[in-house]
Design a protein around this ligand. Structure first.
Ligand code: 4AZ
Length: 272
């Protein structure tokens, strides 16, 4: 009896493995046309404030150059680290695997997380990284100014990075750019409810397909050549009705300016 059962079991398993219908059950994901998600290859000289934050040499997050020795990124990119050891900042290259020019790399001296950062919902998701040394500015390495206010609903804004090109996909080797539109917080609340705070802003496109994704975190959302947002979080990537969420730079601007001033000389004056 048990032998007959085993034969049936083996036959059943063999049939199900050979059955093409089973393979057709695999979920077919929508084919998106590019990277970041839905973006295009770009050149660092168009986004010379963009940096790659590396942990033990591996790309971890994006960020933006604010001063020659100071980087703006996301708190959640560094809050799980005990200190700045093993963090480096790479500027001046479009490609994270194969440098496209004279890229510059500096170690991180210290990082400062926004004092109101809340891990639970990523409120105030901003951090400043003070570098060990200074970047030399050129056409591929430049600072960016801070936006003073939010543009109105539907205004096109641009996000860049080397993050994954699909949810759970791979990082992009070439820097990606994608244009998304401002989504008012009142509307964005329909996706994120009480998780969305007034220190966050949302951007996306109707129908989805364009967004920041994992590895873009900490990187810049740019409007009018100013830093408007810091890539922060979202439900998946590029999903319809789930815009990307960014730390709103106009809402953490005063803290950035104060903190940058307080740390102006850290890492610069070693002889005092
Ligand atoms: C992340 O995990 C992440 N679609 C970044 C951005 C978005 C989602 C997730 C927004 O770093």
């Amino acid at each position: 009896m048990s032998r007959i059962l085993v034969v049936f079991l083996v036959l059943g398993v063999a049939c199900s493995l050979a059955d093409p219908i089973n393979r057709n059950d695999e979920v077919t994901l929508p084919q998106l046309d590019g990277r970041i998600v839905g973006g295009l290859d770009t050149n660092i000289t168009f986004y010379p404030h963009q940096i790659s934050m590396r942990y033990n040499g591996n790309h971890r997050c994006g960020g933006s150059i604010y001063r020659n020795n100071q980087i703006i990124s996301a708190a959640h990119c560094v809050n799980t680290l005990s200190g700045p050891e093993n963090l480096t900042i790479v500027a001046g290259s479009s490609n994270i695997w194969y440098p496209t020019g004279p890229q510059q790399q500096l170690a991180v001296r210290k990082f400062i997380i926004h004092p109101n950062y809340r891990k639970l919902n990523n409120d105030y998701d901003a951090a400043i990284l003070i570098l060990d040394g200074e970047f030399e500015f050129n056409e591929a390495v430049q600072p960016i100014e801070l936006a003073k206010e939010r543009p109105e609903h539907d205004t096109p804004v641009t996000v860049t990075g080397w993050g994954t090109t699909t949810e759970d996909g791979y990082l992009s080797d070439v820097l990606q750019e994608v244009s998304v539109n401002m989504v008012e917080n009142t509307q964005c609340k329909s996706a994120y409810s009480i998780m969305l705070t007034s220190r966050m802003l949302c951007a996306g496109v109707t129908g989805g397909g364009k967004d920041a994704c994992q590895g873009d975190s900490g990187g810049p959302l740019v409007y009018n050549n100013t830093l408007l947002g810091i890539v922060s979080w979202g439900t998946g990537c590029a999903r319809e009705k789930y815009p990307g969420v960014y730390a709103s730079v106009p809402d953490v601007r005063d803290w950035i300016i104060k903190t940058v001033e307080e740390n102006e000389f850290v890492g610069k004056i070693d002889f005092l």
